[in-house]
Ligand binder design. Structure first.
Ligand code: SF4
Length: 213
């Protein structure tokens, strides 16, 4: 298992390779960012960014979207998968924000997770991006990279991965680590063909050494 010190080192190396690692979702308000994160499930940020300008212009505030019906909203979402369900979630989420939080996106995980369509990962992303509250949202890239580098046990579930990362990394690295690991998973340590031979982490990566040798 990778030590705490080497885990920090690995994140630093990732940060050197991808100094601009940050969210690619575009939004002008906390509410719109939350919608973008909900819409990004099982699709790319790029696909979400293509549709959100029209959606956001039509529904600037939670009150506007809460008052919409699904058939009105669906045409804005048709270009992404699961658009009907996502449409239901974002309308219900907006209604929850209006009814329970006075029209403001809440700033705690517990409250965020009371909103329709918001699970722990979405809540963590919103806390970090909108409110600069340290979290490590664990997605498919963070999971794969953590396991390949043996930062976590191979059978660790998402919650365990989050806890181990939070233990091994200082709090001021959590948000950066999330972004760096996503970029690492997208562009260096891809699911099918990781670039192990030219990987600066090869010497500390048991999985990479297995693949190269
Ligand atoms: Fe991923 Fe390969 Fe680098 Fe390990 S050596 S982190 S498996 S790309």
């Amino acid at each position: 298992m990778l030590s705490n010190k080497d885990t920090v080192k690995a994140i630093e190396v990732m940060g050197e390779k991808f100094p601009d690692a940050r969210t690619s979702l575009k939004a002008d308000t906390d509410f719109h960012f939350l919608l973008a994160v909900i819409l990004s499930a099982q699709t790319t940020d790029k696909a979400v960014n293509l549709l959100t300008p029209r959606l956001f212009a039509r529904y600037p505030l939670p009150e506007d979207l809460a008052a919409a019906n699904l058939e009105e909203v669906i045409p804005f979402l048709r270009s992404i998968g699961l658009y009907r369900n996502k449409g239901k979630y974002i309308i219900a989420c907006a209604a929850d924000i209006v009814a329970k939080f006075n029209g403001q996106v809440p700033q705690t995980r517990r409250e965020l997770m009371q909103l329709s369509g918001v699970g722990r990962k979405t809540a963590d992303v919103v806390l970090a991006e909108c409110f600069n509250i340290p979290t490590i949202a664990v997605d498919t890239h963070v999971t794969r990279v953590s396991k390949r580098l043996h930062i976590v046990p191979q059978k660790a579930d998402v919650l365990t991965i989050e806890k181990i990362l939070m233990k091994k990394l200082p709090e001021d690295l959590w948000i950066k680590a999330h972004h760096c690991m996503i970029f690492w998973g997208r562009y260096q340590c891809m699911a099918r063909k990781p670039l192990c031979e030219e990987c600066p982490l090869l010497l500390m990566c048991a999985e990479g050494q297995k693949r190269v040798l």
